[in-house]
Design a protein around this ligand. Sequence first.
Ligand SMILES: [Zn+2]
Length: 206
Amino acid sequence: MGSDLLDQAATQEFEIFKLGHPALRLRSEEVNPSEIGSEKINNILVRLKQTKQTVGLSAPQLGINYRIFLTELPTRLSSRYLGYTPSPLQIWINPSYTVVDDTMLGGCESCLSVPGYIGRVLRPAAIEVQALNEDGKSVIETLSGWNARVFLHEYDHLDGILYVDKLAEDPEGRKELFEKSMWEVIEAEKRKAGDAEWLARFRLKQ
Ligand SMILES: [Zn+2]
């Protein structure tokens, strides 16, 4: 048993690969279901869980090109986002999905692989997802709102797609990507002005 690696994992944060690294642009490989529970896969899961994230992290962001990601929607963010259901940490292996509500909703996304930016992306309102969990059991769930968004953002990483590839456009046809510091200024102004329409475009609560 590679306990050295696991011990290391327990005390170490792993590097998150940034935009420009080729590992982020590959189509990642399916996990052989018979390998779930193996040392190799368990090590990947430990690395994912050990690395600080906000709501999700995919294996390719650690330079590991397998179709695995995790999601975790902490309760503290439910006061910020519209259509957000807190959800405990979940591991998704070989995930797939079908769209069950194709109403496209805007929302503000950011990514540890694209530090310092926030962008608006349109995502379907609801999806049905299927995946294997860390015990190798099949899981089927319907996700909506932010929960669907987080799943789809992470799923895109498995196909080498980043949210900056999918930016929505403002009414003047400009891609909606903001430097985080600028975003904070704009959001504060919009909140002060009580601009409900602007906040709703980003699925933010008033
Ligand atoms: Zn990301």
